[in-house]
Design a protein. Structure first.
Length: 445
Protein backbone atom coordinates (compact mmCIF):
# COMPACT_ATOMS: atom_id res chain seq x y z
CA UNK A 1 0.00 0.00 0.00
CA UNK A 2 2.97 2.34 -0.56
CA UNK A 3 1.15 4.33 -3.24
CA UNK A 4 -1.93 4.86 -1.04
CA UNK A 5 0.30 5.78 1.90
CA UNK A 6 2.12 8.40 -0.17
CA UNK A 7 -1.19 9.73 -1.50
CA UNK A 8 -2.51 10.20 2.01
CA UNK A 9 0.54 12.19 3.06
CA UNK A 10 0.60 14.27 -0.11
CA UNK A 11 -3.11 14.99 0.03
CA UNK A 12 -2.88 16.04 3.68
CA UNK A 13 0.02 18.31 2.82
CA UNK A 14 -1.88 19.99 -0.01
CA UNK A 15 -4.93 20.50 2.21
CA UNK A 16 -2.67 22.10 4.82
CA UNK A 17 -1.08 24.39 2.23
CA UNK A 18 -4.47 25.33 0.83
CA UNK A 19 -5.92 26.16 4.24
CA UNK A 20 -2.94 28.13 5.53
CA UNK A 21 -2.01 29.52 2.11
CA UNK A 22 -5.48 30.95 1.52
CA UNK A 23 -5.26 32.96 4.72
CA UNK A 24 -1.62 34.02 4.62
CA UNK A 25 -1.57 34.67 0.87
CA UNK A 26 -4.66 36.84 1.12
CA UNK A 27 -3.22 38.76 4.06
CA UNK A 28 0.07 39.34 2.22
CA UNK A 29 -1.81 40.64 -0.83
CA UNK A 30 -3.95 42.91 1.31
CA UNK A 31 -1.03 44.32 3.30
CA UNK A 32 1.19 44.94 0.26
CA UNK A 33 -1.52 46.25 -2.08
CA UNK A 34 -1.75 45.52 -5.82
CA UNK A 35 1.46 47.37 -6.81
CA UNK A 36 3.88 45.68 -4.37
CA UNK A 37 2.03 42.40 -4.69
CA UNK A 38 2.56 42.72 -8.45
CA UNK A 39 6.32 43.01 -7.82
CA UNK A 40 6.20 39.89 -5.63
CA UNK A 41 4.25 38.03 -8.33
CA UNK A 42 6.78 39.09 -10.97
CA UNK A 43 9.65 37.90 -8.75
CA UNK A 44 7.88 34.57 -8.30
CA UNK A 45 7.39 34.24 -12.07
CA UNK A 46 11.07 35.09 -12.68
CA UNK A 47 12.18 32.48 -10.13
CA UNK A 48 9.97 29.82 -11.70
CA UNK A 49 11.41 30.50 -15.16
CA UNK A 50 14.93 30.38 -13.68
CA UNK A 51 14.22 27.01 -12.06
CA UNK A 52 13.31 25.45 -15.40
CA UNK A 53 16.56 26.72 -16.92
CA UNK A 54 18.59 25.48 -13.93
CA UNK A 55 17.14 21.98 -13.68
CA UNK A 56 17.59 21.46 -17.44
CA UNK A 57 14.49 19.30 -17.78
CA UNK A 58 15.97 16.60 -15.54
CA UNK A 59 13.60 16.40 -12.57
CA UNK A 60 11.19 13.80 -13.90
CA UNK A 61 13.97 12.24 -15.96
CA UNK A 62 16.10 11.62 -12.86
CA UNK A 63 13.12 10.05 -11.09
CA UNK A 64 12.51 7.80 -14.09
CA UNK A 65 16.18 6.77 -14.32
CA UNK A 66 16.35 5.92 -10.60
CA UNK A 67 13.16 3.86 -10.86
CA UNK A 68 14.48 1.87 -13.82
CA UNK A 69 18.17 1.54 -12.78
CA UNK A 70 18.26 1.07 -9.00
CA UNK A 71 21.78 -0.30 -9.01
CA UNK A 72 23.13 3.01 -10.38
CA UNK A 73 21.06 5.40 -8.27
CA UNK A 74 24.06 6.93 -6.45
CA UNK A 75 25.79 7.69 -9.75
CA UNK A 76 22.60 9.12 -11.30
CA UNK A 77 21.89 11.46 -8.39
CA UNK A 78 25.54 12.48 -7.96
CA UNK A 79 25.88 13.31 -11.65
CA UNK A 80 22.66 15.34 -11.70
CA UNK A 81 23.70 17.15 -8.50
CA UNK A 82 26.94 18.42 -10.03
CA UNK A 83 25.19 19.51 -13.23
CA UNK A 84 22.53 21.43 -11.30
CA UNK A 85 25.09 23.09 -9.05
CA UNK A 86 26.93 24.54 -12.05
CA UNK A 87 23.78 25.51 -13.92
CA UNK A 88 22.37 27.17 -10.78
CA UNK A 89 25.37 29.47 -10.46
CA UNK A 90 25.43 30.32 -14.17
CA UNK A 91 21.69 31.02 -14.57
CA UNK A 92 21.57 33.08 -11.36
CA UNK A 93 24.42 35.24 -12.64
CA UNK A 94 22.70 35.76 -16.01
CA UNK A 95 19.41 36.75 -14.39
CA UNK A 96 21.35 39.10 -12.11
CA UNK A 97 22.67 40.87 -15.22
CA UNK A 98 19.12 41.04 -16.61
CA UNK A 99 17.84 42.54 -13.36
CA UNK A 100 20.56 45.20 -13.38
CA UNK A 101 19.69 46.32 -16.91
CA UNK A 102 16.42 48.09 -16.06
CA UNK A 103 15.99 51.46 -17.69
CA UNK A 104 15.41 53.26 -14.37
CA UNK A 105 17.32 51.04 -11.96
CA UNK A 106 16.98 47.32 -11.22
CA UNK A 107 13.89 45.64 -12.61
CA UNK A 108 13.23 44.09 -9.19
CA UNK A 109 14.48 45.45 -5.84
CA UNK A 110 17.71 43.58 -5.11
CA UNK A 111 16.50 42.28 -1.75
CA UNK A 112 13.45 40.77 -3.45
CA UNK A 113 15.59 39.47 -6.32
CA UNK A 114 17.94 37.63 -3.95
CA UNK A 115 14.99 36.17 -2.04
CA UNK A 116 13.62 34.82 -5.30
CA UNK A 117 16.91 33.59 -6.79
CA UNK A 118 18.94 32.13 -3.91
CA UNK A 119 16.65 29.08 -3.55
CA UNK A 120 16.88 28.56 -7.31
CA UNK A 121 20.68 28.72 -7.26
CA UNK A 122 20.63 25.93 -4.66
CA UNK A 123 18.07 23.82 -6.54
CA UNK A 124 20.57 20.94 -6.53
CA UNK A 125 19.52 20.24 -2.92
CA UNK A 126 16.11 19.16 -4.24
CA UNK A 127 17.73 16.04 -5.71
CA UNK A 128 17.70 14.52 -2.22
CA UNK A 129 13.88 14.79 -2.34
CA UNK A 130 13.65 13.41 -5.87
CA UNK A 131 15.66 10.41 -4.70
CA UNK A 132 13.16 9.78 -1.91
CA UNK A 133 10.18 10.16 -4.27
CA UNK A 134 11.68 7.76 -6.82
CA UNK A 135 12.19 5.27 -3.96
CA UNK A 136 8.44 5.42 -3.19
CA UNK A 137 9.13 7.42 -0.01
CA UNK A 138 7.33 10.62 -0.97
CA UNK A 139 5.84 10.72 2.52
CA UNK A 140 9.33 11.53 3.89
CA UNK A 141 9.56 14.56 1.59
CA UNK A 142 6.05 15.61 2.56
CA UNK A 143 6.81 15.30 6.28
CA UNK A 144 9.85 17.53 5.91
CA UNK A 145 7.85 19.90 3.72
CA UNK A 146 5.12 20.22 6.34
CA UNK A 147 7.64 21.12 9.02
CA UNK A 148 9.39 23.69 6.82
CA UNK A 149 6.10 25.19 5.66
CA UNK A 150 4.61 25.56 9.13
CA UNK A 151 7.79 27.13 10.56
CA UNK A 152 8.04 29.66 7.73
CA UNK A 153 4.29 30.31 7.80
CA UNK A 154 4.57 31.20 11.49
CA UNK A 155 7.48 33.54 10.72
CA UNK A 156 5.51 35.13 7.86
CA UNK A 157 2.55 35.65 10.18
CA UNK A 158 4.77 37.40 12.71
CA UNK A 159 6.26 39.59 9.99
CA UNK A 160 2.78 40.56 8.75
CA UNK A 161 2.02 41.82 12.24
CA UNK A 162 5.31 43.50 13.17
CA UNK A 163 7.37 43.96 10.00
CA UNK A 164 5.13 43.95 6.90
CA UNK A 165 7.64 45.03 4.24
CA UNK A 166 7.94 43.64 0.72
CA UNK A 167 11.54 42.45 1.15
CA UNK A 168 10.96 40.73 4.49
CA UNK A 169 7.89 38.88 3.25
CA UNK A 170 9.77 37.78 0.14
CA UNK A 171 12.48 36.26 2.33
CA UNK A 172 9.94 34.33 4.40
CA UNK A 173 8.91 32.62 1.16
CA UNK A 174 12.55 31.89 0.26
CA UNK A 175 13.26 30.49 3.72
CA UNK A 176 10.80 27.64 3.20
CA UNK A 177 12.69 26.26 0.20
CA UNK A 178 16.07 26.72 1.87
CA UNK A 179 14.94 25.01 5.08
CA UNK A 180 13.47 22.10 3.11
CA UNK A 181 16.79 21.70 1.32
CA UNK A 182 18.68 21.51 4.61
CA UNK A 183 16.21 18.97 5.99
CA UNK A 184 16.56 16.88 2.81
CA UNK A 185 20.34 16.84 3.28
CA UNK A 186 19.89 15.68 6.86
CA UNK A 187 17.53 12.88 5.81
CA UNK A 188 19.98 11.74 3.15
CA UNK A 189 22.83 11.74 5.68
CA UNK A 190 20.80 9.63 8.13
CA UNK A 191 20.13 7.09 5.37
CA UNK A 192 23.87 6.72 4.78
CA UNK A 193 23.95 8.59 1.48
CA UNK A 194 26.01 11.50 2.77
CA UNK A 195 25.33 15.22 2.93
CA UNK A 196 26.36 15.77 -0.69
CA UNK A 197 25.57 13.20 -3.42
CA UNK A 198 28.77 11.64 -4.72
CA UNK A 199 29.43 9.90 -7.98
CA UNK A 200 29.94 10.97 -11.56
CA UNK A 201 29.56 9.22 -14.87
CA UNK A 202 30.11 11.00 -18.16
CA UNK A 203 27.77 8.66 -20.07
CA UNK A 204 25.00 9.31 -17.54
CA UNK A 205 25.67 13.06 -17.73
CA UNK A 206 25.48 12.93 -21.52
CA UNK A 207 22.16 11.07 -21.43
CA UNK A 208 20.66 13.39 -18.82
CA UNK A 209 21.74 16.48 -20.75
CA UNK A 210 20.61 15.11 -24.11
CA UNK A 211 17.15 13.98 -23.00
CA UNK A 212 16.86 16.74 -20.43
CA UNK A 213 17.44 19.46 -23.02
CA UNK A 214 14.45 18.17 -24.99
CA UNK A 215 12.33 17.94 -21.85
CA UNK A 216 13.45 21.42 -20.84
CA UNK A 217 12.13 22.80 -24.11
CA UNK A 218 8.74 21.38 -23.23
CA UNK A 219 8.96 22.56 -19.61
CA UNK A 220 9.97 26.06 -20.69
CA UNK A 221 6.91 26.14 -22.91
CA UNK A 222 4.69 24.90 -20.07
CA UNK A 223 6.20 27.31 -17.56
CA UNK A 224 5.92 30.30 -19.88
CA UNK A 225 2.34 29.23 -20.40
CA UNK A 226 1.89 29.57 -16.62
CA UNK A 227 4.05 32.65 -16.02
CA UNK A 228 4.22 34.71 -19.21
CA UNK A 229 0.77 36.16 -18.48
CA UNK A 230 2.01 37.95 -15.34
CA UNK A 231 5.08 39.37 -17.07
CA UNK A 232 3.08 40.48 -20.14
CA UNK A 233 0.35 42.07 -18.00
CA UNK A 234 2.89 44.05 -16.01
CA UNK A 235 4.60 45.23 -19.20
CA UNK A 236 1.37 46.11 -21.04
CA UNK A 237 -0.96 47.23 -18.23
CA UNK A 238 1.26 47.98 -15.21
CA UNK A 239 2.04 46.55 -11.77
CA UNK A 240 -1.44 47.12 -10.33
CA UNK A 241 -3.09 44.98 -13.05
CA UNK A 242 -0.40 42.33 -12.51
CA UNK A 243 -1.34 42.38 -8.83
CA UNK A 244 -5.00 41.79 -9.72
CA UNK A 245 -3.94 38.79 -11.80
CA UNK A 246 -1.61 37.63 -9.04
CA UNK A 247 -4.47 37.69 -6.52
CA UNK A 248 -6.30 35.12 -8.64
CA UNK A 249 -3.40 32.87 -9.62
CA UNK A 250 -2.17 32.57 -6.02
CA UNK A 251 -5.39 30.71 -5.28
CA UNK A 252 -5.66 28.73 -8.52
CA UNK A 253 -2.04 27.58 -8.51
CA UNK A 254 -2.44 26.14 -5.03
CA UNK A 255 -5.14 23.89 -6.46
CA UNK A 256 -2.96 23.09 -9.48
CA UNK A 257 -0.38 21.59 -7.11
CA UNK A 258 -2.62 18.54 -6.81
CA UNK A 259 -1.48 17.55 -10.32
CA UNK A 260 2.13 17.52 -9.14
CA UNK A 261 1.06 15.36 -6.20
CA UNK A 262 -0.33 12.65 -8.47
CA UNK A 263 2.69 12.68 -10.78
CA UNK A 264 5.11 12.51 -7.85
CA UNK A 265 3.55 9.25 -6.71
CA UNK A 266 2.67 7.58 -10.02
CA UNK A 267 5.61 8.46 -12.30
CA UNK A 268 8.18 6.17 -10.58
CA UNK A 269 5.71 3.28 -10.60
CA UNK A 270 4.76 3.93 -14.25
CA UNK A 271 8.45 4.00 -15.22
CA UNK A 272 8.97 0.63 -13.52
CA UNK A 273 5.96 -0.87 -15.26
CA UNK A 274 7.17 0.32 -18.68
CA UNK A 275 10.64 -1.13 -18.09
CA UNK A 276 9.68 -4.41 -16.40
CA UNK A 277 6.07 -5.26 -17.26
CA UNK A 278 3.65 -5.52 -20.19
CA UNK A 279 2.33 -2.55 -22.20
CA UNK A 280 -1.20 -3.42 -21.10
CA UNK A 281 -0.21 -3.23 -17.45
CA UNK A 282 1.40 0.18 -17.98
CA UNK A 283 -1.58 1.52 -19.93
CA UNK A 284 -3.93 0.41 -17.18
CA UNK A 285 -2.01 2.68 -14.80
CA UNK A 286 -2.08 5.51 -17.38
CA UNK A 287 -5.87 5.15 -17.63
CA UNK A 288 -6.35 5.25 -13.87
CA UNK A 289 -3.98 8.21 -13.60
CA UNK A 290 -6.08 10.08 -16.17
CA UNK A 291 -9.27 9.32 -14.27
CA UNK A 292 -7.67 10.49 -11.03
CA UNK A 293 -6.55 13.73 -12.71
CA UNK A 294 -10.07 14.41 -13.94
CA UNK A 295 -11.56 13.76 -10.50
CA UNK A 296 -9.04 15.96 -8.69
CA UNK A 297 -9.36 18.77 -11.22
CA UNK A 298 -13.15 18.82 -10.81
CA UNK A 299 -12.85 18.83 -7.03
CA UNK A 300 -10.34 21.68 -7.24
CA UNK A 301 -12.58 23.68 -9.56
CA UNK A 302 -15.63 23.24 -7.32
CA UNK A 303 -13.63 24.29 -4.25
CA UNK A 304 -12.31 27.40 -6.02
CA UNK A 305 -15.72 28.38 -7.39
CA UNK A 306 -17.33 28.08 -3.94
CA UNK A 307 -14.58 29.45 -1.71
CA UNK A 308 -12.47 31.60 -4.02
CA UNK A 309 -14.70 34.67 -4.41
CA UNK A 310 -15.49 34.65 -0.68
CA UNK A 311 -11.79 34.52 0.18
CA UNK A 312 -10.97 37.37 -2.19
CA UNK A 313 -13.74 39.61 -0.84
CA UNK A 314 -13.12 38.90 2.84
CA UNK A 315 -9.35 38.62 2.93
CA UNK A 316 -7.95 40.55 -0.03
CA UNK A 317 -10.43 43.40 0.17
CA UNK A 318 -12.27 45.57 -2.35
CA UNK A 319 -9.08 46.47 -4.24
CA UNK A 320 -9.00 42.89 -5.56
CA UNK A 321 -12.65 42.61 -6.63
CA UNK A 322 -11.49 42.38 -10.25
CA UNK A 323 -9.58 39.19 -9.37
CA UNK A 324 -12.82 37.20 -8.97
CA UNK A 325 -13.71 36.88 -12.69
CA UNK A 326 -10.08 35.94 -13.39
CA UNK A 327 -10.23 33.20 -10.75
CA UNK A 328 -13.49 31.80 -12.14
CA UNK A 329 -11.94 31.47 -15.60
CA UNK A 330 -8.93 29.72 -14.03
CA UNK A 331 -11.36 27.24 -12.47
CA UNK A 332 -12.30 26.17 -15.98
CA UNK A 333 -8.60 25.78 -16.80
CA UNK A 334 -7.99 23.16 -14.10
CA UNK A 335 -9.25 20.17 -16.10
CA UNK A 336 -7.12 20.68 -19.25
CA UNK A 337 -4.14 21.69 -17.12
CA UNK A 338 -4.25 18.52 -15.01
CA UNK A 339 -4.57 16.32 -18.09
CA UNK A 340 -1.72 18.07 -19.90
CA UNK A 341 0.57 17.61 -16.88
CA UNK A 342 -0.25 13.88 -16.75
CA UNK A 343 0.34 13.60 -20.49
CA UNK A 344 3.78 15.20 -20.05
CA UNK A 345 4.63 12.68 -17.32
CA UNK A 346 3.50 9.76 -19.49
CA UNK A 347 5.65 11.04 -22.36
CA UNK A 348 8.64 11.33 -20.02
CA UNK A 349 8.17 7.72 -18.92
CA UNK A 350 8.05 6.66 -22.59
CA UNK A 351 11.07 8.86 -23.48
CA UNK A 352 9.02 11.00 -25.88
CA UNK A 353 10.59 14.31 -24.90
CA UNK A 354 10.45 15.81 -28.39
CA UNK A 355 6.70 15.26 -28.66
CA UNK A 356 6.11 16.80 -25.24
CA UNK A 357 8.20 19.85 -26.21
CA UNK A 358 6.41 20.73 -29.43
CA UNK A 359 2.99 20.31 -27.83
CA UNK A 360 3.92 22.72 -25.03
CA UNK A 361 5.36 25.29 -27.42
CA UNK A 362 2.31 25.15 -29.67
CA UNK A 363 0.14 25.96 -26.66
CA UNK A 364 2.53 28.75 -25.67
CA UNK A 365 2.34 30.32 -29.14
CA UNK A 366 -1.45 30.27 -28.91
CA UNK A 367 -1.26 31.84 -25.43
CA UNK A 368 1.15 34.64 -26.39
CA UNK A 369 -0.81 35.46 -29.53
CA UNK A 370 -4.09 35.71 -27.62
CA UNK A 371 -2.41 37.71 -24.84
CA UNK A 372 -1.17 40.25 -27.38
CA UNK A 373 -4.72 40.58 -28.68
CA UNK A 374 -6.65 40.60 -25.39
CA UNK A 375 -4.44 42.04 -22.62
CA UNK A 376 -4.37 45.62 -24.01
CA UNK A 377 -8.17 45.72 -24.09
CA UNK A 378 -9.27 43.29 -21.34
CA UNK A 379 -6.28 43.21 -18.99
CA UNK A 380 -6.04 40.33 -16.52
CA UNK A 381 -9.35 38.79 -17.61
CA UNK A 382 -8.18 38.61 -21.21
CA UNK A 383 -5.03 36.79 -20.08
CA UNK A 384 -7.14 34.29 -18.13
CA UNK A 385 -9.22 33.41 -21.20
CA UNK A 386 -6.05 33.10 -23.29
CA UNK A 387 -4.68 30.65 -20.72
CA UNK A 388 -7.85 28.55 -20.77
CA UNK A 389 -7.81 28.18 -24.56
CA UNK A 390 -4.10 27.37 -24.52
CA UNK A 391 -4.55 24.62 -21.92
CA UNK A 392 -7.36 23.08 -23.97
CA UNK A 393 -5.08 23.05 -27.03
CA UNK A 394 -2.17 21.57 -25.09
CA UNK A 395 -4.06 19.12 -22.89
CA UNK A 396 -6.96 17.85 -24.99
CA UNK A 397 -6.46 18.61 -28.68
CA UNK A 398 -2.83 17.97 -29.65
CA UNK A 399 -2.63 14.22 -28.73
CA UNK A 400 -5.20 13.45 -31.44
CA UNK A 401 -2.79 14.74 -34.11
CA UNK A 402 -0.03 12.25 -33.20
CA UNK A 403 -0.98 8.80 -34.59
CA UNK A 404 0.87 6.73 -31.98
CA UNK A 405 -0.55 8.85 -29.13
CA UNK A 406 -4.19 8.47 -30.07
CA UNK A 407 -4.44 5.61 -27.57
CA UNK A 408 -3.66 8.18 -24.89
CA UNK A 409 -6.13 10.69 -26.36
CA UNK A 410 -8.82 7.99 -26.20
CA UNK A 411 -7.93 7.24 -22.56
CA UNK A 412 -8.26 10.94 -21.77
CA UNK A 413 -11.66 11.09 -23.46
CA UNK A 414 -12.82 8.04 -21.49
CA UNK A 415 -11.51 9.64 -18.30
CA UNK A 416 -13.70 12.69 -18.93
CA UNK A 417 -16.81 10.59 -18.37
CA UNK A 418 -15.38 8.70 -15.37
CA UNK A 419 -16.96 11.09 -12.81
CA UNK A 420 -20.39 9.84 -13.90
CA UNK A 421 -19.33 6.33 -12.89
CA UNK A 422 -18.25 7.61 -9.50
CA UNK A 423 -21.62 9.34 -9.09
CA UNK A 424 -23.77 6.41 -10.19
CA UNK A 425 -21.72 3.52 -8.73
CA UNK A 426 -19.32 5.05 -6.19
CA UNK A 427 -18.71 1.87 -4.16
CA UNK A 428 -17.91 -0.20 -7.25
CA UNK A 429 -15.63 2.54 -8.65
CA UNK A 430 -13.72 2.81 -5.40
CA UNK A 431 -13.20 -0.96 -5.07
CA UNK A 432 -11.98 -1.17 -8.67
CA UNK A 433 -9.61 1.75 -8.18
CA UNK A 434 -8.16 0.26 -4.99
CA UNK A 435 -7.66 -3.11 -6.66
CA UNK A 436 -5.63 -1.59 -9.48
CA UNK A 437 -3.56 0.52 -7.10
CA UNK A 438 -2.88 -2.57 -4.97
CA UNK A 439 -1.74 -4.54 -8.01
CA UNK A 440 0.62 -1.77 -9.12
CA UNK A 441 1.95 -1.32 -5.61
CA UNK A 442 2.52 -5.02 -5.06
CA UNK A 443 3.74 -6.01 -8.51
CA UNK A 444 7.46 -6.79 -8.54
CA UNK A 445 9.70 -4.33 -10.30
Amino acid sequence: MTIIHNFKWLFSYQVLRLAVGFLLGAWVARVLGPADFGILSTASATAAIAYVAIELGMRQLVAKEISQRREYEHVIVGTAFKIWLVSGIVITALIGVWNAMGSEGPRLPWAVWWAAMLPQMLSCLALHNIWEEASHRAYVVVRNGMIAYLICAAVRLACLVWWPSLSVLAWTVAAETLLLGVMAMRTSHRLGRGWWPSGWDSATASKLLRLGSLLMLGQVGTLLLLRADTVMIEHMRGEAEAGIYGGAIRLSEMAYLLATMVITVLLPKLSERIAHSTPQHARELVRRGSELMVALSLLSSIALVVAGPLVIRLLLGPKYEASIPVLLVHCLSALPYFLSEWRNAVLVAHERATTSAWMSWLALLVNVGLNLLWIPKHGALGAAWATLISYVVCGLVTPWFVPDLRWFARLQFQALVSPFKWLTRPRHAWIEFQAIIDRNAAAPA
